[in-house]
Write a protein that binds this ligand. Structure first.
Ligand code: 5GP
Ligand code: ZN
Length: 147
């Protein structure tokens, strides 16, 4: 628990929220300033600022909850689709420093953008650079993830 964290206060029932799902590790509630009807936030109950700080188990539970909740939210608000995303770190636009996944319902003709709209100008990357990045990630991912 982080004293001045809004989402920790929601977990502890100190400030109200429209909770839609809860288990031992995860809480999900409606966004107070929704981008669409049904806009839902899914958080680990333990305070962690960014995804790299979340231990494997609550991390897996959080993604499991997103997987479980998304079709339910879509159904309830009669959405045509959803964008699922994390503003993971301040430079990516994260304002509340407690990890949260957004489930944002989308509707045909709603005037919104795909997730590609979040980044800046597209970089011009050579094939060599792309190979180098892919190999580096592949090497690290193989070494560090235990399944
Ligand atoms: P971020 O930019 O950090 O990814 O998004 C934070 C989200 O939390 C925003 O969409 C904002 O509307 C939502 N939010 C901020 N404060 C509260 C709150 O007290 N209650 C709820 N339910 N949502 C909040
Ligand atoms: Zn917190």
């Amino acid at each position: 628990m982080s004293e001045d964290c809004i989402f920790c206060q929601i977990v502890n029932g100190e400030i109200p929220a429209r909770t839609v799902y809860e288990d031992d590790d995860v809480l999900a509630f409606l966004d107070a300033n929704p981008l669409a009807p049904g806009h839902t936030l899914v958080i680990p109950k333990e305070h962690r600022e960014t995804l790299d700080e979340v231990p494997p188990e609550p991390g897996e539970m959080m993604f499991a909850a997103i997987h479980y909740l998304t079709p339910i939210v879509e159904d309830v608000v009669d959405a045509d689709a959803t964008n699922i995303g994390f503003n993971n770190g301040e430079a990516a636009g994260q304002e509340v420093p407690h990890v949260h996944g957004h489930i944002i319902p989308r509707f045909e003709g709603d005037g919104g953008q795909p997730i590609h709209a979040v980044a800046g100008e597209r970089p011009d990357l050579s094939d060599e650079k792309l190979d180098e990045i892919a190999e580096a990630v592949d090497d690290r991912a193989e070494g560090e993830h235990e399944v």
